[in-house]
Design a protein around this ligand. Structure first.
Ligand code: NAD
Length: 453
């Protein structure tokens, strides 16, 4: 690891990766390497957890292609020094801000959307002019190998390399000094990464998880709300960081909600055979999910086959925060339904818990909508929809509080991999003696006036 990072540092110091033409060339290359290997990548992810071509394209590769194209188109603009106004005290200078790449960067990926979550941050780091070490999650072993192969076969490792491995390899990487660490994963591992980064004062972006609530009010458009909610929850078998973890439903519409939700699950035909469902990532997670079930509270579903890593889309009802399923992030296809009387209770309950990565409100009540958006702090979310906000790279994506530090996608991604260097550029032909000795009252008054005081 030491040698690899030193080689990247030497390459960075050669200034090659800072060149805008080089950045665009590498982004184009990344685009075509992925395009050329699309079938290979799709097969690898299908072998890992039966993710279909449709799902792999729409919720992994399509987002990645959009981000690469966006970066290619806009990187020149993003990287341009920005002129700003100079204050009077510095007359006659120019002031500008230079977007400077941070250096050698480390991207650590999560397993649930392995291509998107590993490579979208890479795009941002490339666009910003850094060198990159990517460490994808080891859990989907095939996708990790596929990424390592296509990257390491096509890129100079001194510029961009993929290191495969689990805890041991990540720990070894984290012992080294990087100029930026971008981590996607769980809150406990996020804390390990943060601590390791602190030893070198390395800036971090942490894309973490947690329990993201959805709220369904009595006056929402029920059929479409349930359709969108069920899709968002069971996409990727619930293994989505921004999936609605649980849902608060107004008590008056509980029965209607449950009946529509059950009908929607049945109509959606979540099955491996038709490519509309994926496996739970491993047996360990199967057992963890089974442990969250309470048979007396299952409204629909609840069956599973451990050897197949199949877990049926499940609705649980009459749930309170005392139930086991409410004690941790579910990260699987179980939707607990809680009921509420007043929106004040909902807001209070959410606010007493860690700030969620996402929050969704399904309502046509404008007061409730604005109260949720104003009173609850969360990473991002949707009104009358769930999960889809991630697809708009004009909006930064990230958490807040316990659900993460920093945000990316589009220009926001460029910014977190960039240092903004502020420069006051002064000519040498004029130097008022205001700041120099002797310090008179007149000089002080003039300085105060110039500073608007
Ligand atoms: P994880 O934290 O177990 O693993 C993430 C990465 O950290 C992997 O590359 C893994 O190899 C590495 N790792 C694991 N244990 C480590 C250790 N002890 N020391 C050093 N490195 C270690 O997370 P996961 O299971 O891959 O993903 C699930 C979690 O990630 C969920 O909490 C989910 O909400 C969150 N997530 C967040 C986002 C987001 O964008 N905010 C996206 C996807 C997943």
């Amino acid at each position: 690891m030491k040698q690899l990072i030193q080689n990247q540092r030497n390459f960075f110091d050669s200034n090659t990766s800072k060149d805008i033409k080089f950045r665009i060339k590498q982004l184009r290359k990344l685009y075509s390497v992925i395009k050329d290997n699309e079938k290979y990548l799709m097969q690898a992810i299908y072998d890992d957890f039966k993710k279909s071509e449709f799902d792999t394209y729409t919720n992994e590769l399509a987002l990645l292609y959009c981000d690469i194209k966006d970066a290619i188109q806009k990187v020149k603009q993003w990287a341009k020094p920005k002129k700003v106004r100079t204050n009077m005290i510095n007359f006659p200078s120019k002031s500008y801000i230079i977007a400077e790449p941070l250096g050698v960067t480390l991207v650590i990926g999560a397993w649930n959307y392995p291509y998107q979550l590993s490579l979208v941050p890479v795009v941002a780091s490339m666009a910003a002019g850094n060198t990159i070490v990517l460490k994808p999650s080891e859990l989907p072993a095939g996708t990790s190998t596929a990424m390592a192969k296509i990257i390491n076969d096509n890129f100079n490792p001194e510029y961009f390399t993929c290191v495969e491995g689990g805890i041991t390899e990540t720990t070894a990487l984290l012992a080294e000094k990087f100029d930026k660490i971008f981590f996607t994963g769980s809150v406990p591992v996020g804390k390990i990464v943060y601590q390791a980064a602190a030893k070198h004062l390395t800036p971090v972006t942490l894309e973490l998880g947690g329990k993201s609530p959805a709220i369904v009010t009595e006056n929402c458009k029920m059929d479409i709300s349930v359709k969108r909610l069920i899709w968002a929850k069971f996409l990727n078998a619930g293994q989505t960081c921004i999936a609605p973890d649980y849902v608060f439903v107004h008590h008056q519409i509980k029965d209607e909600f449950l009946s529509l939700a059950k009908k929607e699950i049945q109509q959606s035909e979540f099955s491996f055979k038709n490519g509309n469902y994926v496996q739970i990532i491993n047996e360990k997670n199967m057992h963890r999910l089974i442990g969250l079930l309470d048979s007396s509270k299952i409204h629909h579903g609840g069956t599973y086959q451990i050897s197949e890593r199949y877990f049926e889309p499940t609705l649980m009802t009459d749930i309170s925060f005392n139930d086991t399923v409410m004690k941790e992030e579910i990260f699987g296809p179980i939707l607990p339904v809680l009921t509420y009387d007043t929106i004040d209770t909902v807001i209070r309950e959410i606010k007493t818990r860690p700030k969620p990565l996402a929050c969704y409100v399904f309502t046509s009540d404008l007061t409730i909508k604005s109260r949720i958006l104003k009173e609850i702090s969360f990473g991002g979310g949707g009104v009358n929809d769930a999960v889809m906000h991630i697809t708009n790279s004009n909006m930064a994506f990230g958490g807040v509080g316990e659900s993460g530090i920093g945000a990316y996608h589009g220009e926001a991604g460029f910014k977190i991999f960039t240092h903004y260097k502020s420069i006051l550029d002064k000519p040498a032909w004029f130097e008022p003696n205001l700041k120099y000795h002797p310090h008179t009252q007149n000089k002080l008054r003039l300085i105060q006036w110039m500073m608007g005081q």
